[in-house]
Design a protein around this ligand. Structure first.
Ligand SMILES: [Fe+2]
Length: 293
């Protein structure tokens, strides 16, 4: 054999993923020109892959948020983990941290985030208010995840420098929730239903499409690839045979989708900037949709 065996491969070739796939009605993005909380609920309940609300963010609000992001004294640099290339962010990541540390970092950055987001027509504010109002009609609510009365960071503002084929490698958002140092944190219970991803595009150049494959990898596939606690990165070869959907993302768009599917972000054209606001959310029980970053 000329190939070196690596986990999850057969004879040097990477076997295709196995797992759950949606039918034709499910595997698509609904496309709307104004926020509709029912369409978000369809994603949270697993009735549809995703929804994109086109051009719903006020352009002046986007420009001001981007300006404040670059000026922020707590903007940090990030590499490795789920990013192949370096990027910048304001906020806190729960990824592979003890719950307490994540909540400490969330508390530290909170006043800075409040300042950054204090902009007229700021989109995370009205998005959350509308979704929360919709959930309350069914006796549920939307809130940041918490532990011991301490809330998770509500949103990440982030920017990527694109390099290679993907600005963000194929991954899914569920596996990282199994991190043992977060045992008992309520976000872990969201994996029993849909782990949704919310993204708000403040600026984007050519390219930078979201790609989603029609597969939610099963534990056998994740373990075979050694990704059961990270969900990243999935070798592109492992997606062979699965349908994919490429969503063009433009400034002002908000999109919400089932982050349990393998997904990635295409590299942007050279010099293009991609700045988004994002969080994850899901039902942790019948009455609570919790959010985290
Ligand atoms: Fe993701």
């Amino acid at each position: 054999m000329t190939h070196t065996e690596v986990p999850g491969t057969t004879g040097g070739r990477i076997a295709p993923l196995t797992g759950w796939r949606g039918d034709h009605d499910y595997f698509r993005f609904a496309e709307l020109d104004r926020l509709d909380a029912d369409a978000v609920l369809d994603v949270l309940l697993g009735r549809r892959l995703g929804v994109v609300f086109r051009g719903v963010i006020d352009a002046a609000a986007s420009a001001e948020l981007v300006r404040r992001f670059w000026d922020s004294p707590v903007r940090k640099r990030r590499g490795g983990e789920v990013c192949e290339s370096l990027g910048y962010y304001v906020g806190a990541y729960h990824y592979h941290k003890p719950t307490d540390r994540y909540l400490d970092e969330s508390a530290e950055v909170a006043p800075h985030l409040d300042d950054l987001l204090d902009v007229p027509d700021e989109p995370t504010r009205w998005f959350r208010a509308e979704l929360d109002a919709r959930l309350r009609r069914d006796g549920a609510r939307l809130r940041p995840a918490e532990q011991g009365g301490r809330p998770a960071c509500p949103v990440l503002v982030r920017h990527w420098n694109a390099q290679g084929a993907f600005a963000l490698q194929p991954h899914e958002d569920s596996s990282q929730l199994g991190w043992p140092e977060q045992a008992g944190f309520e976000i872990q219970r969201t994996t029993e239903r849909v782990v949704a991803a919310v993204n708000m595009c403040l600026e984007n150049g050519e390219g930078g499409r979201l790609v989603v494959w029609n597969v939610v990898p099963d534990l056998a596939s994740r373990t075979r690839l050694g990704l059961e606690l990270s969900g990243s990165p999935y070798p592109v070869e492992s997606t062979a045979g699965h349908d994919s959907l490429w969503l063009e993302v433009r400034p002002g768009d908000i999109y919400v989708f089932n982050g349990g599917h393998v997904h990635g972000v295409e590299a942007s054209a050279p010099g293009a900037k991609r700045t988004t606001m994002a969080w994850n959310m899901g039902f942790c029980d019948d009455r609570n949709v919790v959010t985290w970053t």
